[in-house]
Design a binder for this molecule. Sequence first.
Ligand code: GDP
Length: 363
Amino acid sequence: ALNCGIVGLPNVGKSTIFNALTSAGAESANYPFCTIDPNVGIVQVPDRRLDQLAEIVIPQKTLPTTIEFVDIAGLVKGASQGEGLGNQFLGHIRSVDAIVHVVRCFEDENVVHVNGCVDPAGDIEVIQTELGLADLDTVEKKLLRVEKQARSGDKKAKDEVDFYIRVRDLLGEGKPARGIAESDEEIVWLRDLHLLTDKPVLYVANVAEDDLEGKHPAVAKVIEIASREGAQVVPICGRIEAEIAELEGSEKQEFLADLGLKESGLERLIRKAYELLGLITYFTAGVKEVRAWTVIRGSKAPQAAGVIHSDFEKGFIRAEVIAFDDFIACGGESGAKEKGLLRLEGKEYLVQDGDVMHFRFNV
Ligand code: GDP
């Protein structure tokens, strides 16, 4: 499964947000909820479309899909130089598919700020510098090896060397490697380096309890930095999210309404993280269960079937597909079938977000 690592300086609210994420919905009894590891949490992806499907199908149970979050604490200045722990933290970041970077935008004299005061630009720079230095090290090692090949007359290696030099120079300017690859070839070279600054990033501006609208100038600063990088920002208040996560059903709705919100900040964060990872959802809608499943955008029908069971992929014959809006507008499968909106799709079908699918397969 694809996952997001939560990073940021100490005392910015990472654990508070991680704990809120993993405790929200933990009580919904029909979900096999588990925490793999104290720092890894499986989080349900809220999706109102599931309720709409359930209203029509009236299933015995409804199951959301999930994504994984990893709390990566301990990234501090000097991590890229540090042997032991520093390297370990960077290793954790290397293993995630996307980064959620939490930036402190709340003042609280009871919570020590590592650099003395709320300073998003400075905080972001510290983290990016550590990631960039680790990447610089990776690229330089790679360069040494490939330069040797280039000297022995390998033409391809020469092009590769030129590319790595470009990457090295960019990192040397303190910029992330993200987006530097221009050709298909370069995209492969870059991907093979597994650079930390090549991973997609989403910023979380952690605001104070009395600043849910994010009026603190720190938030504007985060937005400015993020937009320069083409990244998104989700302002949330970790403390309040922790409270919301404890509530269920109507209690939760009332609490949100009192705050003037339609959904919690965590719900927004989960959705944005899902997008960042390039994930889409398809549904199965039977009377036993209505369920959401995750595939990477661009997946074909057999791969989607494989998410349910590998046998479904191996024996894939066809998929019966109804677009979500059609399913709802026709009041379910039989209505959609009558109107000719149930399609039979083959192996090359590109799954669309919201497809309601039923697979036919050989066993
Ligand atoms: P981490 O080191 O980044 O994981 O930070 P923690 O989640 O442990 O939070 C550090 C401290 O900041 C704790 O005392 C939290 O209660 C506090 N904190 C976290 N989020 C907020 C917030 O939104 N507002 C305020 N006032 N304090 C917060």
